[in-house]
Design a protein around this ligand. Structure first.
Ligand SMILES: *Cc1c(COP(=O)(O)O)cnc(C)c1O
Length: 223
């Protein structure tokens, strides 16, 4: 069943849109099943949970890939950064500075997406547009984060049945993404727009999504 869902999803997505399977709260066995069905890229939102899954799956799933999509505290960087190829949820200047320090100290380049807050919910994390452009100014003009590769934007639409609201939110994300690329052509790696979850990914495709993050539709409800 999981295999069928993944196959159906992949056939629905344009070939240049990456499917990120959000496995948070689901056991390692479910991830193994998705892996055997051909899925390689997974995302987690809690450092300890990521670490446990990395450890239990590394032998049986040798070319598994991980993204981090949750709120990341600076004191947890050392748990997360060695294991992920992309942190999608960079939501503050302070976190960007801490990632720069870690990457510099470990002689690594860390790939990140900047998370833009557009949804109506107060609780959803992310930069405001003003904060985002302030951080980009520091990155580009002052070269403040040379060990961090800014690979694009991530965002979430308001959790609602009202499709107009979802379209408004995705449209803002796409506009901001385009504005960043127009203003900072030197950011050559700024190519990803990570929008779309189980409930709204087909709408996100209308707004230039390059990466959809899908949990519930693949793995079922989280407990
Ligand atoms: C949990 C989560 C998802 C997946 O949500 P589903 O509705 O289960 O597909 C996507 N993105 C982020 C940032 C999440 O935290």
């Amino acid at each position: 069943m999981l295999e069928e869902t993944i196959r159906a999803l992949k056939s629905e997505l344009p070939p240049d849109v990456e499917l990120v399977a959000v496995s948070k709260f689901h056991p390692a066995e479910a991830i193994g099943e998705a892996y055997r069905a051909g899925q390689r890229l997974f995302a987690e939102s809690r450092p300890q949970e990521l670490l446990q899954k990395v450890q239990s799956l590394s032998a049986s799933c040798p070319d598994i890939r991980w993204h981090f999509i949750g709120h990341l505290q600076t004191n947890k960087l050392k748990l997360v950064l060695p294991h992920v190829e992309l942190v999608q949820s960079v939501d503050s200047l302070r976190l960007l500075q801490a990632i720069q320090a870690w990457a510099n100290g470990h002689d690594r380049k860390v790939r990140v997406l900047l998370e833009l807050h557009v949804a109506a919910e107060e609780t959803k994390q992310g930069f405001s547009a003003a904060e985002l452009f302030a951080a980009l100014e520091q990155a580009v003009r002052e070269k403040a984060f040379p060990a961090v590769e800014l690979c694009g934007l991530m965002g979430m639409a308001t959790f609602t049945e009202d499709e107009r609201v979802i379209r408004r939110d995705f449209s803002r994300l796409q506009e901001t993404y385009r504005e960043v690329r127009a203003r900072y052509p030197e950011l050559e790696s700024f190519k990803e727009l990570s929008i779309g979850m189980s409930g709204d990914y087909s709408i996100a495709l209308d707004y230039g999504s390059t990466m959809v993050r899908i949990g519930t539709k693949i793995f079922g409800a989280r407990r």
